[in-house]
Design a protein around this ligand. Sequence first.
Ligand code: NCD
Length: 303
Amino acid sequence: MRVGDLISVRDLEKNDIVFLFERAEAMEKIIGGGSGLLAEKVVATLFFEPSTRTRLSFQTSAQRLGAKVIDFGAGSGTSMAKGETLADTIRIVDGYADLLVIRHAVEGAARFAARIAEHPVVNAGDGGNQHPTQTILDLYTIKKLKKKIKGLNVFLVGDLKYGRVMRSLMYGLGMFEANVALVSPKGLEMDAEAVKEVRQKFGIEITETNEMSLNEADVLYVCRIQKERFTDVYEAERVQKEFRITKEQIEGCKEDMVILHPLPKIDEIDSSIDKSPHAKYFEQAKYGVPVRMAIISELLKKK
Ligand code: NCD
């Protein structure tokens, strides 16, 4: 990898991601076998927004490679509750750890942290902006399940306005030349500039609609309505109820269509679908570990 921090998929080239796929394949083989690759290293996780998968899979990944993990915990138990700034907090943790993983509600927070820290910084989500490690694991999952990415019809369904996962993934899909269909409720469309950038940069086909017609999909990538980023919570709940994937909705879909979701899912996918052969989101979540093992080890190798 050419970069010393992982802040945005826009900083990466296709080759970097293909290389990480290879490393993740290798990591899959050593999970459970024990590895001292990162013995003596300390990885810090700082999550200023809620997280289950991203935080725990980063911690698992570090530990499976023999590193130790320190966790910032809930902000209320730290000096940030006394008014310490993010900048000072980063400086301090940078003095304790060899790599910092950060999630923050403010767009650009990870880039800001990377400027301050001397050690590698990984963006685990900054507001509605970017979630690069999720994108790499999403692309890895698609490649695993469908054996290719190029030419697949990938439908991104849900809140495309506030979903950082969707914004990052659209860019990644552009890089790998998939055909992208953006399907969102009215008012929650993907940022027009981001769409334009991916179209121009990669020349891929991107369609946009507010209708749930999903029959042509090879991959249905669903995400929840990002309620916490709405100014009107009632509006968020209304949209969430109206935009759901049900068994009826996927009846006419391709037999080998797969449904992915970064999770957590609330009620945008009917729970009866969990048992269908289309549903691959739990498998997807598992790939978070080898992919993040690959990312951490590569970044630590550089410094
Ligand atoms: C996502 C996130 O935090 O952006 N979750 C995740 O990392 N797996 C998606 C979401 O919260 O909807």
